[in-house]
Design a protein around this ligand. Structure first.
Ligand code: ADP
Ligand code: MG
Length: 257
C-alpha cells in the first residue's frame, strides 16, 4: 500500500540576511495509512518546521515530500494542521470559529453544522457555541481549534502540541477522545509533543529527533498491547515504563548533543 506520507532526503535551511541556518537535514520517513506517529525531541530540533513542510506551508530547500503519492505543492483540504497557538478569530463566536474550515472548503451545510455542534459537545464545550474566544479559557480555545481541525475530516492530521496547555485531567480525556476518533475514521496522524508518556500512549511509533541540525535520531515502535489500549490505560500496560525509560535515556543523549 502506498504510504500516506513519504519524506525523502528532506532538508531545510532558513535564510537570513547574512547566513543560512540548517533547521532539518536529510529526513527520511514513511507513514502508512491509519498510523499515528509522534515526534519528540529537544526544542529547536525542527518539529514545527517539519510539520509546516508536510502541511505545504513551507517549501523544503532540498528533498521531496509526498502525501498519498503526490508531491506537495501547497496547503490541501486533505491535510489538517493544528498549530501550537489556537488562532481563533476574536470577532467570530465559537461555533463560527469551529466551522471555519468547513466554510473555507465550501462544505458548510446544516448537517456539517450539526456535526460541529456535536463535536463541540463531545469536547466539553456544550453551551459555548454563542460565546466568543475572549470568554473562554486557553484550554477551551485549544479544544475549539481541535474541533475546527477534526470536523473537516482530513485524511492526514498534523498536531503541534495540541494538549500541552491543558489541565492534566482534560488532557488525558482529550487524548482518549482524539485517539478514538482518529482510529474510528482511519485518519493518519503526526503529533508533536514534549510529553513522552503522551507520545507512547497515543502512537504506533515514536520518532526521536536531535538538533543542530534536526535529524531523526531513532525510531521506536510501540508494542501492540500498548498501542491497542486507550491512552488512559496504555500507561498501565506492561512494557510502558521500560519503553519510557529507553526513550528517555536516548532523549537525554539527543538533548545534550
Ligand atoms: P521545534 O518545533 O522542534 O522547537 P523549529 O522547527 O521551530 O523547532 O525550529 C528548528 C530550528 O529552526 C531552530 O533552530 C529555530 O531557531 C529555527 N527556525 C525556526 N523557524 C525559523 C524562522 N522562521 N526563521 C529562522 N529560523 C527559524
Ligand atoms: Mg515547535
Amino acid at each position: 500500500m502506498l504510504p500516506v506520507v513519504q519524506l525523502k532526503g528532506v532538508t531545510h535551511a532558513y535564510l537570513g540576511d547574512n547566513e543560512a541556518s540548517l533547521a532539518i537535514e536529510d529526513m527520511n520517513l514513511s507513514i502508512d495509512k491509519g498510523e499515528f506517529v509522534s515526534l519528540v525531541g529537544p526544542s529547536g530540533c525542527g518539529k514545527t518546521t517539519l510539520l509546516s513542510i508536510i502541511a505545504g506551508l513551507l517549501q523544503p530547500s532540498l528533498g521531496e515530500v509526498t502525501v498519498n503519492g503526490k508531491r506537495i505543492e501547497g496547503p490541501s483540504p486533505q491535510v489538517g494542521y493544528m498549530l501550537q497557538q489556537d488562532y481563533l478569530f476574536p470577532w467570530r463566536n465559537i461555533l463560527d470559529n469551529a466551522a471555519l474550515g468547513l466554510e473555507l472548503t465550501g462544505n458548510l451545510n446544516e448537517e456539517t453544522r450539526l456535526k460541529t455542534v456535536d463535536l463541540l459537545n463531545e469536547m466539553g464545550l456544550a453551551g459555548k457555541s454563542e460565546a466568543y474566544p475572549a470568554q473562554l479559557s486557553g484550554g477551551m480555545r485549544q479544544r475549539v481549534a481541535l474541533v475546527r481541525t477534526l470536523v473537516t475530516n482530513p485524511g492526514l492530521l498534523l498536531l503541534d502540541e495540541p494538549f500541552s496547555a491543558l489541565d492534566y485531567q482534560i488532557k488525558l480525556q482529550l487524548e482518549d477522545l482524539v485517539s478514538e476518533t482518529l482510529r474510528h475514521r482511519g485518519t493518519t496522524a503526526i503529533l508533536v509533543t514534549h510529553d513522552l508518556s503522551e507520545a507512547i500512549a497515543v502512537s504506533s511509533r515514536v520518532i526521536l529527533l536531535e538538533r543542530n541540525p534536526g535529524r531523526i535520531r531513532k525510531v521506536f515502535t510501540v508494542p501492540d498491547k500498548i498501542r491497542n489500549s486507550p491512552p488512559l490505560y496504555a500507561r498501565d500496560q506492561t512494557g510502558f515504563t521500560e519503553l519510557f525509560h529507553e526513550i528517555w535515556k536516548e532523549m537525554e543523549l539527543a538533548g545534550s548533543k
